[in-house]
Design a protein around this ligand. Structure first.
Ligand SMILES: NC(=O)c1ccc[n+]([C@@H]2O[C@H](COP(=O)([O-])OP(=O)(O)OC[C@H]3O[C@@H](n4cnc5c(N)ncnc54)[C@H](OP(=O)(O)O)[C@@H]3O)[C@@H](O)[C@H]2O)c1
Length: 363
């Protein structure tokens, strides 16, 4: 038997699920042993279930083509007994996702989730692995609540915040007080391609449901601390956001203004960004970018076409840092929304959880 941890993908037929399957094809620690989805796909070989809706640019991996898709509800017992943990990325009402993820966790299956349903459950860690790896400390309290020994839920944050939250986190010692961010978000963030969303060609839509609230609040939870078995969000910086959908396939850009309590020099900011490292780099986790943040000096960078795939889409790029006439500074950030912002970020989170001993092989 392989030493790799056996993983199931709940929602493996969807856009994020497809990304998990391609990312995990030759993963050194994890092996995809099953894919589950709704009753619409269940019982079909994977290649038939995703026919006409494969959204990756690489072909469907051979290992998954003939796998029979399971029903995440009806085949629950079979799934639970076959895996060491699951990734979850499903498109369902929030209360149903909450119940689904708790059902698996209570059956002693760790759940690493891309969904937003549990992002504000006080004892569920929302992890950006370079920034708040210590939030895994809250898992013990969660297990106590769920009555489990190995089952728990961990989530990753919304894709929009990866284009500016790492920049703020790296500058914590200068006391960021106020952030004004406008995000320019790719259509793959809505699970769409241009074929499926022709209205987006040469268009901008100034509304993404629920996105501004997530973009303003989630960074504060990530910058918060664990107290009495709960995550207590930070109270600063105050963040206000506008989120726009733009005609880009992959890559969320953010234009950011920032004020500090202790205003640093431009050189200090760039130095902090370039040297920002976290546990994923220290432990050399398989999906960790070697260099998490790059700063680009050219006036016309970062650009989606040139920079979105930096560090295999797992690094973030900043540029255009300059003093502002109203705020202390302004800059531009870019991150890959379906890699760092979705499946890649969740895989890195699972690697961190394995390295810290929270996800183990079942006896
Ligand atoms: N797209 C992104 O970039 C992105 C980024 C971050 C987070 N997310 C989050 O990730 C999740 C999935 O997004 P997505 O874009 O991958 O969605 P998607 O392409 O619509 O895929 C949804 C998946 O959920 C399954 N599903 C839908 N209804 C179900 C039901 N009633 N019971 C069981 N399974 C059901 C689908 O199965 P069938 O194929 O059988 O219908 C499919 O596998 C969402 O919570 C989304 O907010 C997405």
């Amino acid at each position: 038997m392989s030493d790799k941890l056996r993983v199931g993908i709940l929602g493996g037929t969807g856009m994020v699920g497809q990304r998990f399957i391609t990312l995990l094809e030759n993963h050194p620690w994890f092996e995809v042993v099953l894919v589950a989805a709704s009753g619409r796909s269940a019982g079909k070989p994977y290649e038939e279930a995703i026919q006409g809706r494969w959204k990756m640019t690489t072909p469907v991996p051979e290992f998954v083509k003939k796998m029979t898709v399971l029903d995440m509800d009806k085949d629950f017992d079979q799934i639970v007994s076959s895996v060491d943990f699951v990734f979850c990325a499903v498109n369902m009402p929030k209360d149903e996702i909450k119940a689904l993820e708790e059902r698996y966790a209570k059956a002693e299956v760790p759940v690493v989730s891309n969904n937003s349903a549990h992002r504000w459950t006080p004892d569920v860690p929302m992890i950006l692995p370079e920034v708040n790896p210590e939030h895994t400390d809250v898992i013990e309290a969660q297990k106590k609540r769920l009555g489990t020994t190995r089952g728990f839920i961990a989530v990753k944050p919304n894709c929009s915040i990866q284009s500016y939250a790492p920049a703020i986190a790296a500058l914590k010692e200068f006391e960021p007080k106020l952030v004004v961010a406008t995000t320019y978000q790719a259509i793959s963030g809505a699970g769409k391609t241009f074929e499926q969303w022709p209205e987006m060609v040469e268009n901008i839509i100034p509304y993404i449901g629920g996105e501004e609230e997530k973009s303003e609040k989630e960074p504060l939870r990530i910058l918060g601390k664990v107290e009495d078995g709960k995550i207590v969000p930070a109270s600063e910086p105050v963040i206000t956001c506008q989120c726009l959908r733009v005609p880009v396939l992959d890559g969320h850009t953010a234009a950011v203004f920032i004020n500090f309590g202790k205003k640093p020099t431009k050189e200090q900011i760039i130095e902090k960004w370039r040297n920002f490292k976290g546990v994923p780099q220290e432990l050399d986790l398989p999906s960790a970018p070697k260099q998490f943040i790059q700063y680009l000096e050219e006036d016309d960078r970062p650009q989606v076409k040139l920079d979105v795939n930096y560090e295999h889409g797992m690094g973030v790029s900043f540029g255009r840092l300059r003093e502002d006439s109203v705020f202390d500074y302004k800059f531009v950030g870019l991150s890959h929304n379906t890699l760092r912002g979705a499946a890649g970020g969740a895989v890195l989170c699972a690697e961190l959880l394995k390295a810290k001993g929270f996800i183990t092989k079942k006896n």
